[in-house]
Design a protein around this ligand. Structure first.
Ligand SMILES: Nc1ncnc2c1ncn2[C@@H]1O[C@H](COP(=O)(O)OP(=O)(O)OP(=O)(O)O)[C@@H](O)[C@H]1O
Ligand SMILES: [Mg+2]
Length: 320
């Protein structure tokens, strides 16, 4: 890993220690994180509050210098401003000029980004309509609600039709309809070969649209993998049933029934054969099967397990 142009982002052993005015180290926000984001991926950057996500994003944007390690965008070191020419950025906390009107703000930022003047009007209109902000386009940004401000923030990140979007909590404060539209927008951008790097706490959204995720905690990458791999289910199916107590003893010879309520028991089966065998045996014994619940897991569950209990540290797996 050293600035491969096939990757949208590369981060290598990044360390950030914030110091106080006297140069005394205070907070180790990043403790040697490494990973890469491939071009054309939707990549979720996850972690609990204070994990170091915004710090890493600020290094990518060259707002702060890491105390160690390196980072590249589109194969160029992040201190080379050329690397951000095709990047759209949404900061976590932002305040645009309050007196500018929504449409003017987009035009102003598009001009700064060097967007062809012929395209500015059309793209601005398309984005304002997409975010259902057309009727507010001539209102001052300071009069916008929280979600509207967030929408104009996202619109400005997209105004130059960048190849890479770096978004720090993009859907914060947005209603479910807007969130759903934005998810589709990200998928559409991916289809057009764009890369979306997003830090978020909304794991269900990431689960639906991201190709890969990195989970960081206390400045370290604790997991990096495809969403598909992370969601790979255990083989356990839960079979719940009622059965006379006298027959439960017979079942115990081969299975491990757990009491669920006065009359109900449940058994976890580990494989298809196990499940078929159990159901056949339960029928034989005259049990009443209440439910057969297939294995399930979600990103939120995995996130909680890894952050709360797990200390699993993944070396970045470039093949994942
Ligand atoms: N300028 C700063 N000076 C000192 N410490 C800082 C500074 N900025 C961030 N930190 C600390 O670095 C750690 C990581 O913060 P960061 O903002 O990167 O977390 P985050 O993962 O983005 O969290 P959140 O999900 O709450 O946005 C925190 O302990 C934070 O207090
Ligand atoms: Mg943050």
């Amino acid at each position: 890993m050293n600035g491969n142009g096939d990757n949208a982002i590369e981060i290598q052993n990044l360390e950030m220690v914030y110091s106080d005015l006297w140069g005394h180290a205070r907070v180790r926000a990043l403790d040697g994180i490494s990973f890469e984001v491939k071009k054309g991926e939707i990549f979720g950057f996850l972690g609990p509050n204070g994990a170091g996500k915004t710090t890493a994003i600020h290094i990518l944007m060259n707002f702060i210098y890491p105390t160690d390690g390196k980072a590249w965008i589109h194969g160029l070191p992040v201190f080379n401003s050329e690397c951000r020419k095709r990047v759209g950025f949404l900061p976590e906390l932002f305040e645009f000029d309050k007196f500018l009107k929504g449409k003017k703000l987009l035009k102003y930022l598009a001009d700064l980004a060097g967007v062809n003047s012929g395209e500015v009007e059309a793209r601005g209109r398309e984005l304002l309509e997409f975010f259902e902000m057309a009727e507010a386009e001539n209102r001052k940004v300071k009069t916008y609600s929280k979600g509207m401000k967030q929408k104009i923030g996202l619109a400005q990140a997209m105004i130059s039709d960048p190849d890479l979007l770096i978004l720090d909590e993009p859907t914060s404060g947005m209603d479910p309809i807007a969130k759903s539209k934005i998810k589709h927008k990200f998928l559409e951008l991916k289809e057009r070969g764009k890369t979306v790097f997003l830090s978020t706490h909304i794991l269900s959204d990431v689960q639906q649209i991201a190709d890969r995720v990195a989970i960081i905690n206390k400045g370290k990458v604790i997991k990096i993998d495809t969403v598909e791999n992370l969601l790979k289910k255990s083989d356990d199916t839960e079979v719940t049933f009622t059965l006379d107590d006298s027959k439960i003893e017979q079942l115990k010879q081969n299975w491990n029934p757990q009491h669920r309520s006065d009359s109900a028991y449940s058994i976890l089966t580990g494989s298809k054969q196990d499940k078929a065998g159990l159901i056949a045996r339960l029928s034989e014994l005259g049990a009443d099967i209440i439910s057969v619940i297939p294995p399930r897991t979600d990103l939120e569950e995995i996130f909680m397990q890894l952050v709360e209990n797990g200390t699993e540290i993944d070396k970045p797996d470039q093949q994942a």
